[in-house]
Design a protein around this ligand. Structure first.
Ligand code: BMP
Length: 273
């Protein structure tokens, strides 16, 4: 299983140059934290990115929450990602017909493809949505080839989630057929044990991002369910996504350092070093 290997060794063999970059960042900064920056205006978003940038690998956004989104948002985020060496993950959860998601991804009001290294999609609509996004990312007018990637939303953290069982195994099958642009999953655990009819190839190495990570809370009043950074990494997660546990704490910098430390120690334990 690749999850017992270091990020550095996985970087060496991974077919995606974006994943190589992601693993390099994790190693250089010693962090597997992805902050979920669910803030409502550009000023707060940029202030958070600048403050916690040194301690994260990925800055996850819900860019449609940003009431004054515009050129200044994109320019500010881009320069902070260079300054602090992190990647952007727009948590857009594409979930429509192929023709619609292509336009939501590339162009439009939010111009997601221009700045988001990683995006995600649900496979509720079937494999065609993934094919549509792959087609866009491989198009001749797409300037960001090799710098963009897609995660499939294979499970969800909310109470009563329907993304389980056959849905999750279909998500894994679809991912296996689109390795390259598809780099892995948003899931609560490693999905290696999920049974599909497609055997793993030698170089298969899916990256697992796990949302619903919080050090001090078990959930919220709207069905969110949390696990700790340690539990997520032990269960096979590669990058832990934490939102309110970091940005809504009294001291986000002190808080992100605790997530970084716990996540990194659990990773070192997992790889046996
Ligand atoms: P918080 O840590 O504040 O609960 O935020 C969790 C973040 O992760 C939110 O942005 C949410 O949209 C996202 N998320 C989740 O909580 N569960 C999932 O299954 C998938 C998600 O993307």
């Amino acid at each position: 299983s690749k999850s017992t290997l270091s990020y550095a060794s996985r970087a060496k063999t991974h077919r995606s140059s974006l994943v190589k970059k992601l693993f390099d960042i994790a190693e250089v900064k010693k962090t597997n934290v992805a902050v979920s920056a669910d803030l409502r205006n550009t000023k707060d978003l940029l202030a958070l990115a600048d403050a916690i940038g040194p301690y994260i690998a990925v800055f996850k956004t819900h860019i449609d929450l940003v009431s004054d989104f515009g050129e200044a948002t994109v320019a500010g985020l881009k320069s902070l990602s260079v300054k602090h060496n992190f990647l952007f993950f727009e948590d857009r959860k594409f979930v429509d017909i192929g023709n619609t998601v292509q336009q939501q991804y590339h162009g439009g009001a939010l111009r997601i493809s221009e700045w988001a290294h990683i995006v995600n999609a649900s496979v509720l609509a079937g494999e065609g949505i993934i094919e549509a996004l792959v087609q866009t990312a491989q198009g001749s007018d797409f300037q960001y080839k090799d710098e963009r990637a897609l995660l499939i939303l294979a499970e969800m953290t909310t109470k009563g989630s329907l993304a389980t069982g056959a849905y999750t195994s279909s998500a894994v099958e679809i991912a296996k057929r689109h390795q390259g642009f598809v780099i892995g999953f948003v899931a609560t655990r490693s999905l290696e044990s999920v049974r599909t009819d497609i055997p793993a190839t030698e170089d298969e190495d899916f990256v697992i991002f796990t949302a619903g990570v919080n050090r001090s809370s078990k959930g919220d009043k709207l069905g969110q369910q949390y696990q700790t950074p340690k539990s997520a990494i032990e269960r096979g997660s590669d990058f832990i996504i934490a939102g309110r546990g970091i940005y809504a704490s009294e001291d986000p910098v002190a808080s992100v350092k605790l997530y970084q430390e716990e996540g990194w120690q659990a990773y070192l334990a997992r790889i046996g070093s």
